[in-house]
Structure formats: structure tokens, C-alpha cells
Design a protein around this ligand. Structure first.
Ligand code: S3P
Length: 444
């Protein structure tokens, strides 16, 4: 296994059209909903990253048959109450917060306690946010510390709930939606801060009764549970969060152009494009389509050498770019002027404390930054920044997005980089290194 990679050269100009791995959020949601469907479902371009494989392994442990072929994955769903609960069942979600949280709903029908656990990074992450709604539905917890491992069992008296979700977390929202589906044929009412909308869109496509009213600040969702549905097919579009590393690589490289085909551009995910275009980039969406309620498009991006600073308004919906902020900070480091970003406390609850990593990485490359309270960052850009020292990226809790941000940094700004634990990238974007090499990037 490759424990450290070295990058000592900037990437040369490139002009390519590429396809990338499937969307992680959609892959995990497809797998869970397919396991609850009646009969066979099939996904094409399912992401085969460690987070998705952890989800599939957990579903197999719940008695679901899954066949993975080169071009598709088949899941044989057993309906809304079809999981099989072995004694002393442990579901290990690996590094995946989405898998751990969404799969905790699997315990709602379990007469026995199920243990849900994950790796060292996942064990540090907050689970109180899902314990609250699950308890309201009627789930029972023991030895509960608010982090993994969780011990959960269900109840035969599950009830619909009223719940307010104030973090803007799609994971918490999805836990409530899936729990509502499993619990009762009465109506669950959810008021939530906007976040990615994939679960609702899949529910709509599967004709699960759901209504959504959007206001400026909140979405109001009503859902009636216990509606069974049949197996379905899904062609998973590319992941915009993964595409973002290649978008920023292209923007910050010299004289390069890139088209990334068939990406999920659901507006609840495209914050990075909005922000970078406000900073002067000319990222374009071409060949726009709607697929099963989701927006898809080819993304076209070219190099830029005059990025402008941005004051991201306080009311900007940060959840639309929640996994991309470290890349955005890197762009702000090269922009003309001082940029500010606020309301980013949720970044501290990710695979690593990503706001802290923002400060750390900027300091390492000689960029001045300052805290705005405990939730924001001010960045003094240096448009002519060039690196020529030795840089080491280590001890980042194997956070895949920090590893990939470092690779983009090394390939665009120069210097000699040593990046530890590059295998962490397989968590979300297994073909990343191969794509970089095909674009001409030298990773040793
Ligand atoms: C995800 C939602 C986001 C995101 C994560 C995937 C999802 O987390 O950071 O990588 O698939 O629902 P939160 O919903 O907790 O913000």
C-alpha cells in the first residue's frame, strides 16, 4: 500500500474531456432505498468508493442480496420491513458519516440492539443530531455517549413526529425522511434548513407521498410513511464534489481547459460554481438535462489568472458547497483582495476539522488569514503566489478531501510536497489519481 506520495512538478497545460465517478450521496441513497424496495433494483455508474462499499456491506449484513458487476450493481430489496437482524449485529460504516447516520434507521424495526460503528475519524463525529429524532420516532438507545458506537433498537410502536432541523444537514433530514417512511402510515412533519435534496427527489420519483413547501429560510416537508414501492433502475451521474477538485485544478493551472461530462448539478450542490463564478471564473454548464428529478450537465472550465476576492454574504446557503470550502479557500488565497466566509461551523464536524485545516494550509503556504468569530475566515489573497519550499501534509485524520485539496495545491503552485495516507482518497474518488495522471500530473 502506498503510504506517501510526492509531487514536485506543476501540471502542464491540458485540454481534455473526461468522465468521473458516480455521485456519492446518490450512490448511498440508491443502495439504501433499493434495499427497502420490493424486488430487484439496478444502478449504473454506482460509485465504488470505500464509503459506498461500507454501505453495501452493512446492507448485506442486514440480509440483503447484492451483486456487483463491472457496469452495474443489483440490489434485491425485501420491502419496508425486510431486514434480517442477526444476534449481536454490528454495522460498520467505515469513514462514512452518511452511511452511519442514514443506516441507523435500519434499527427502527429491530427487536434486538444493533451496534453501529465506524473508523477513528467517524467515532469523533456528532451523532446526537440523529439520536434526537430517532428517539422521537420511538427508537431506544443504550450506553449512549452521543458518538459511535451507537447501540440502537426499534419498537413496535413507532410513531410519526414533528421535527425542526436547524443545522442544514441533509444527513439529519434524510434520517427523518427514511424513519418516517418506515414508521407509520401517518404524517411526519419536518421543518428544515435547506440542504441537498437527493432523498426528497428519490422519494418523489418512487411515488412515496411527500409534499415540500419552500420558504426563504426553511423547507416544510410532510411525509406519509409505510408506502411500499417496487425496485427501480438508476443511472448515477458524476459527483460534483469530486468534479470540484478538477475544476479548481483547471482554474489554477496555466492555459488549460476541461469538460467533465454528465455531472449532477442539483442546485443544492452547485454552490462552488456560484462562488467561483462570482470570483471571476467562467465555469459553464452545457447539455443540461433533468434525470429522475435531478439536474445534470457537462461542466466546462478553463484557466483563469485574475481571480477576484469575494465577501460571501452571511445569508449565502453554505450547505450548497459544504464539502468544497477548502478548495474555495485555496482560490481565495490566489485572488486579488481580501475574501471573507462566514457561518462555517459545520466544517468542524466533518471527517476532520476542515475550518482548522483551512487556516493551517493557508499558513503553510504563506497566506495571511484571520478568524471571524468561531465560524468564519478572512483570507488575504496573493495573486502571484509561487511555492518553492518543502511541504508535508500529515495527521489530517485521513480526510480524503484534505488529501485531494493538497494534491491540487501541489500541482498548481509548485514546491515539493509529501502527502501522507493518499489511500484516503478511495473514500470518495477512487479514480482521482488515474485521472490526474491522464491529465499529465506527476504523482510519485
Ligand atoms: C451528505 C451531506 C453533507 C456532506 C456529506 C454528504 C449527504 O453532510 O458533507 O459529505 O450525502 O447527505 P451534512 O448533511 O451532515 O452537512
Amino acid at each position: 500500500m502506498n503510504k506517501v506520495i510526492c509531487i514536485n512538478d506543476k501540471i502542464k497545460p491540458f485540454n481534455e474531456t473526461i468522465n468521473i465517478d458516480g455521485d456519492k450521496s446518490l450512490s448511498i441513497r440508491f443502495a439504501i432505498l433499493a434495499s427497502l424496495a420490493e424486488g430487484k433494483s439496478r444502478a449504473f455508474n454506482l460509485l465504488k468508493s470505500e464509503d459506498v462499499l461500507s454501505t453495501l456491506n452493512c446492507l448485506k449484513k442486514l440480509g440483503i442480496k447484492i451483486i456487483i458487476k463491472k457496469n452495474y450493481c443489483e440490489i434485491f430489496g425485501k420491502g419496508l420491513n425486510g431486514y434480517f437482524y442477526k444476534n449481536d449485529l454490528t454495522l460498520n460504516a467505515g469513514n462514512s458519516g452518511t452511511a452511519a447516520r442514514l443506516l441507523s434507521t435500519a434499527a427502527l424495526n429491530s427487536p434486538k440492539f444493533i451496534r453501529i460503528t465506524g473508523d477513528n475519524s467517524l467515532k469523533k463525529r456528532d451523532m446526537k443530531r440523529i439520536i434526537k429524532p430517532l428517539e422521537k420516532f420511538g427508537a431506544q438507545f443504550k450506553k449512549n455517549k452521543g458518538t459511535l458506537p451507537l447501540f440502537i433498537k426499534g419498537s413496535d410502536r413507532l410513531k410519526p413526529i414533528k421535527f425542526s432541523e436547524n443545522l442544514g444537514s441533509a444527513q439529519v433530514k434524510s434520517v427523518v425522511l427514511i424513519s418516517a417512511l418506515l414508521s407509520s402510515n401517518k404524517i411526519t412533519i419536518l421543518k428544515c434548513k435547506p440542504s441537498r435534496t437527493h432523498t426528497e427527489l428519490l422519494f418523489k420519483y418512487l411515488k412515496i407521498p411527500i409534499t415540500i413547501k419552500k420558504t426563504n429560510k426553511f423547507d416544510y416537508i410532510k411525509i406519509r410513511g409505510k408506502k411500499s414501492f417496487k425496485g427501480f433502475n438508476y443511472k448515477i451521474p458524476g459527483d460534483i464534489s469530486s468534479a470540484s477538485f478538477l475544476i479548481v485544478l483547471t482554474l489554477l493551472s496555466k492555459n488549460s481547459k476541461l469538460t467533465i461530462k454528465n455531472i449532477n448539478v442539483n442546485p443544492s450542490r452547485t454552490g462552488i460554481i456560484t462562488i467561483l463564478n462570482k470570483m471571476g471564473a467562467a465555469i459553464k454548464l452545457k447539455n443540461k438535462k433533468i434525470y429522475k428529478g435531478e439536474n445534470t450537465a457537462d461542466i466546462f472550465v478553463k484557466s483563469i489568472n485574475n481571480l477576484k476576492a469575494i465577501n460571501l454574504p452571511k445569508n449565502f446557503n453554505n450547505s450548497t458547497a459544504i464539502d468544497e470550502f477548502n478548495l474555495i479557500f485555496l482560490c481565495a488565497a490566489l485572488a486579488k483582495g481580501v475574501s471573507t466566509f462566514q457561518g462555517l461551523l459545520e466544517l468542524q464536524s466533518k471527517e476532520s476539522k476542515r475550518l482548522d485545516w483551512g487556516f493551517r494550509m493557508l499558513k503553510m503556504i504563506g497566506i495571511k488569514s484571520e478568524k471571524i468569530s468561531n465560524h468564519g475566515i478572512k483570507i488575504w489573497g496573493k495573486p502571484n503566489l509561487k511555492l518553492n519550499k518543502n511541504y508535508i501534509i500529515k495527521d489530517y485524520l485521513k480526510d480524503h478531501r484534505i488529501a485531494m485539496t493538497s494534491i491540487v495545491l501541489a500541482l498548481t503552485l509548485g514546491g515539493n510536497f509529501k502527502i501522507y495516507n493518499p489511500d484516503s482518497i478511495k473514500t470518495s474518488f477512487p479514480s482521482f489519481k488515474k485521472i490526474i495522471k491522464n491529465l499529465g500530473g506527476k504523482i510519485n
